[in-house]
Design a protein around this ligand. Structure first.
Ligand SMILES: [Zn+2]
Ligand SMILES: [Zn+2]
Ligand SMILES: [Zn+2]
Ligand SMILES: [Zn+2]
Ligand SMILES: [Zn+2]
Ligand SMILES: [Zn+2]
Length: 453
């Protein structure tokens, strides 16, 4: 039995191996498995299967040399040829004894041929239809790759998609990918529809309910899942806490929002395909109000304390830049374009923000923005400089700004004072004290006036 943790790490551009394909002979290019990992799933011995395949290819006139790719010769066949071979193959299967390796190889060949025929039909159809809409997906026909690009698997049947042979589609919204022949059977709703309807995460850590309460069925496709076979092993999704079959859960690993939020834990864990597509679309959405969800983070995570201060400063600077023509002409605020929410508030975070906060990328990014903005306001722009403050307590002529270090902004009148001056004055703002005194004078003055009349 293969656990999730044992799954092979593929090269970066390759997608995870779903691990549910029917066994194929070793020399067949249809097998996505590395030999040693999955050879125990193949029926009979490899050499036996290879020999059978070679014999069958020879009988059908597909390929003399069993080291070449039989699929390519299938690819070059005319429709008539494929149909003839299907009939031949069927006849051979009937003559064959049951449960022999020859029969299995023949059935496999028959499947390949039938698929090819189906693809030929699909090609004709695509020519007229183009984009297909199914379960909210916008499925665009995929062009065959020019080079031997990364392996891709079908989100519906989990079998490999051979760009050269198969017609396939990819959803322009969520990256769901499937064979042309699998479009009709698609049951997964496009992740983008969920993101539009309810852009919020499950924020309980892996809320598992147990296999029994799922009736031992895959949470998505409802196939029976048991530990009896590797092809139907239940795989837990760390995001939903539910169990999935290997076709719906490929062992993709991602950072989980609930674990980050509650444990500041950025370890990637296994999730279903469905969850992976949803989480990918949500990754940059600023939907996490950290202070409401877990205020403790700001006490323990130093990076977050820095990020929070920088974001608050940047919001204060925005007031200057927003009313400065020079700043608008040079489109200074566009520096925050990739994180639009930083211009709007200082408390909402996307999961990507938190990942970047942890790695230090976010602090560096914000410090750079902070420096550019502050340089404009304090040094290079006379208009902005003119909107600075002079501390009313010490009256030293250096100009201070609300985003400077060591200053306080008065809650009452928004004036800016040196922090030290402010505390020395018993934490009282002189301007507010003055205003308060004037008000008191006016009201007593009024009363005196009334008395005289
Ligand atoms: Zn989609
Ligand atoms: Zn498929
Ligand atoms: Zn499933
Ligand atoms: Zn300015
Ligand atoms: Zn002062
Ligand atoms: Zn004040």
């Amino acid at each position: 039995m293969k656990g999730r943790g044992e799954e092979e790490e593929e090269e970066e551009e390759e997608e995870e191996c779903p691990g549910v394909l029917p066994p194929t002979p070793r020399n067949s290019t249809l097998s996505p498995y590395t030999d040693d990992t999955y050879s125990d799933l193949s029926p009979g011995t490899d050499s036996e299967a290879a020999a059978e395949e070679a014999a069958i290819n020879h009988e059908l006139g597909l390929s003399e040399d069993h080291f070449s790719k039989p699929e390519e010769s299938i690819l070059n066949m005319t429709k008539e040829n494929v149909e003839n071979n299907i009939e031949k193959c069927k006849a051979l299967i009937l003559q064959c004894e049951e449960s022999t390796s020859r029969r299995r190889a023949l059935v496999h060949k028959l499947i390949q041929l039938r698929l090819r025929l189906q693809e030929m039909h699909d090609t004709a159809e695509i020519a007229s239809t183009g984009v297909l809409v199914k379960m909210g997906h916008h499925l665009q026909p995929q062009k065959p790759p020019l080079t031997r690009a990364s392996k891709q698997y079908c989100d519906k049947c989990a079998h490999i998609i051979w760009g050269v042979i198969h017609i396939s589609y990819v959803c322009s919204l969520c990256d769901y990918r499937c064979h042309g022949r699998c479009v009709e059977d698609t049951i997964r709703r496009c992740a983008s529809t969920r993101v539009t309807e309810d852009p919020m995460y499950i924020l309980r850590i892996c809320p598992e309910v147990g296999l029994a309460s799922q009736n031992y069925k895959c949470a998505e496709c409802k196939r029976i899942i048991t530990n009896k076979s590797a092809w139907s092993e239940p795989r837990r999704c760390d995001y939903t806490g539910l169990y999935y079959c290997p076709a719906c859960h490929w062992g993709s690993r991602v950072v989980l929002p609930a674990r980050v939020l509650h444990n500041w834990d950025f370890e990637e864990r296994g999730v279903s395909r469905q969850a992976k597509q949803f989480l990918a679309l949500m990754r940059n959405k600023p939907v996490l109000d950290l202070e409401k969800l877990n205020l403790h983070l700001f006490k323990f995570v130093e990076e977050l304390i820095t990020v929070k201060k920088l974001r608050e400063d940047i919001l204060l600077m925005k007031r200057y830049l927003g009313t400065c023509r020079a700043a608008q002409e040079t489109r200074m605020l566009r520096q925050l374009e990739e994180r639009q929410h930083f211009v709007e508030n200082s408390h909402m975070y996307s999961l990507q923000d938190l990942v970047d906060a942890e790695s230090g990328v976010l602090v560096t990014y914000l410090q750079k923005v902070h420096q550019t903005f502050s340089e404009h306001i304090k040094t290079s722009c006379l208009v902005c400089q003119g909107k600075g403050y002079i501390c009313e307590i010490c009256d030293v002529s250096d100009i201070i700004f609300p985003f400077d270090g060591g200053v306080v902004v008065c809650d009452g009148c928004s004036t800016v004072l040196h922090h030290l001056c402010y505390t020395n004055r018993g934490s009282k703002c002189p301007r507010c004290v003055r205003q308060e005194a004037r008000r008191r004078q006016e009201t007593t003055g009024d009363r005196v006036g009334v008395g005289r009349r």
